[in-house]
Design a protein. Sequence first.
Length: 130
Amino acid sequence: MTMSDEPNAEDTENADGGNDVVLDMAEDDAGEAPVLERRDESDTNGLKRAIFDVPIEVVVSVGRARPLIGDLLAMGRNHLLPIDATIEDPVELLVKDRVIARGELTQVPDTEGQLGIRLTEVVNISALTE
């Protein structure tokens, strides 16, 4: 790879007054992808801190139902669809279809019937990111 074929990183000022690093990702003559440099420790720590402010959707899975298509199409208002779980069974908390925790359904204190989950088991998230 020649100097002109290496990724070109240049600082540009963004709308917030900070700097963004722009990489030129052009392939070299041999069709090889450019090699990216590792960020320094302070950049990585700043990125990790910024991630904590990103909202994420957690889905709570209570159970599954497996009705026949005909039964499903015949359902209407007030129909009771049984699922494969009991009231005492733990629920699963999922992020992007991955179980991250399990817990028990409970009423949130000092509310009118709002549901919450008391966590009983939490996946070691750091093990998932390695």
